[in-house]
Ligand binder design. Structure first.
Ligand SMILES: NC(=O)c1ccc[n+]([C@@H]2O[C@H](COP(=O)([O-])OP(=O)(O)OC[C@H]3O[C@@H](n4cnc5c(N)ncnc54)[C@H](OP(=O)(O)O)[C@@H]3O)[C@@H](O)[C@H]2O)c1
Ligand SMILES: [Zn+2]
Ligand SMILES: [Zn+2]
Length: 342
């Protein structure tokens, strides 16, 4: 029978940009809808770093990051029917929603105004145990139980959502997709887009990633920082999916989008966009941004990635090495997702 601990031990930032330190707290009794999960692995998404650094001005400290969790259910609240102790579940960015607003009842609960995040004002997955609302704990498919599956929960879902949508909207075959940056999100985007049958171009600032990207199925590699190289691509993409967390020459990127195509941000560069309207108008291009995915989207993503045997390429770090792992992510040295294990 799974053990229920008395305390949770985590790693927390105690100030903006600070190194993570061990922290502990008493485990409170579960509410009727919660579940307790023993963390087996947790990916390091760049959003954890944005939170540690208070880039979005929403962070409060101590802050235990982590929202790409795979673990084993230890206990469930009295109203939880779909989970049982011993099951392996995954948890992503979201930990709750209201379930009654227009977005929630139309299966767009990722957009709920009352949405709660796994590691905002709540201890995330850089810990030995995690508590979440059980609506947002997803039973993992049998093929996706290991640490390489953890990054699917946030990174995989976030890129799956716009990639699935462009396939359902575009009449052109093959759908032409550009992915900007080959990091945690970007490499999952490439693998998922290739499995969806799209022709994939990659924009990257790391020449050393070109060979591996081509093995993942990328047809074209372009220097993501060269305005000229980007302009040379010409109007081609049905979807240009930006997974970079930095500012890049967006005005040049606009020219790579074909008539009625979309520039979609999932990455969160620091500066506001400033673009000439004429560049949008001339081919009726659209600009949007996409936030994680609904519960239904997470389920579809897990089914799709299990079917196509897609998971993250990972570097595994012990919990005590979390600061080393964070530093490697910050300096763009991880290939392609750092995952921490107990
Ligand atoms: N919308 C959502 O719901 C959602 C969900 C999860 C994450 N995010 C956001 O998505 C972004 C990416 O997250 P991630 O976890 O994939 O990050 P990551 O693993 O750190 O990857 C970021 C990539 O950006 C590129 N990059 C980094 N520094 C650069 C520089 N100085 N110049 C040019 N390119 C650079 C690198 O790719 P190359 O080496 O290939 O250039 C790097 O691998 C973050 O802003 C994160 O907050 C959003
Ligand atoms: Zn994330
Ligand atoms: Zn809602």
């Amino acid at each position: 029978m799974p053990q229920v601990p008395t305390h949770i031990h985590g790693w927390a930032a105690t100030e903006k940009g600070g190194a993570l330190k061990p922290i502990e707290k008493k485990l409170e009794p579960l509410t009727s809808t919660e579940c307790l999960i023993k963390v087996h692995s947790c990916g390091i998404c760049h959003s954890d770093i944005h939170l540690i650094d208070n880039d979005w001005k929403t962070s409060s400290y101590p802050l235990v990051p982590g929202h790409e969790i795979v673990g084993e259910v230890q206990a469930v609240g009295s109203d939880v029917k779909h989970l049982k102790p011993g099951m392996i579940v995954g948890v992503g960015w979201q930990r709750n929603s209201c379930q009654v607003c227009a977005d929630c009842i139309s299966a767009r609960d990722n957009l709920c105004t009352q949405s709660k995040a796994t590691c905002v004002n709540h201890w995330g997955g850089y810990a030995d145990y995690h508590v979440t609302d059980s609506k947002y704990a997803f039973e993992m498919p049998a093929r996706l139980l290991g640490p390489e599956a953890a990054p699917l929960l946030c990174g995989g879902t976030t890129v799956f959502s716009p990639l699935a949508e462009v396939g359902s909207l575009s009449k052109r075959k093959p759908v032409q997709v550009g992915i900007v940056a080959l990091g945690g999100l970007g490499h999952l985007a490439v693998k998922i887009a290739v499995a969806m049958g799209y022709e994939v171009s990659l924009f990257s600032s790391s020449p050393s990633k070109e060979v591996e990207a081509k093995k993942m199925g990328v047809a074209r590699y372009v220097n993501s920082t060269s305005a000229q190289a980007i302009a040379d691509v010409g109007p081609r993409f049905d979807l240009l999916l930006v997974t970079a967390n930095v500012d890049l020459p967006w005005e040049s990127y606009i020219g790579t989008i074909r008539t009625d195509g979309t520039l979609c941000f999932v990455g969160i560069p620091p500066s506001p966009l400033s673009l000439p309207i004429f560049h949008l108008m001339s081919k009726q291009r659209k600009i949007t941004a996409s936030s994680i995915g609904s519960r239904a989207c997470v389920q579809q993503m897990l089914e799709f990635t299990a079917l196509h045997k897609i998971h993250a390429d990972i570097e595994v770090f012990k919990m005590g090495q979390v600061n080393e792992a964070l530093e490697k992510v910050r300096t763009n040295k991880v290939r392609y997702r750092a995952v921490i294990v107990p």
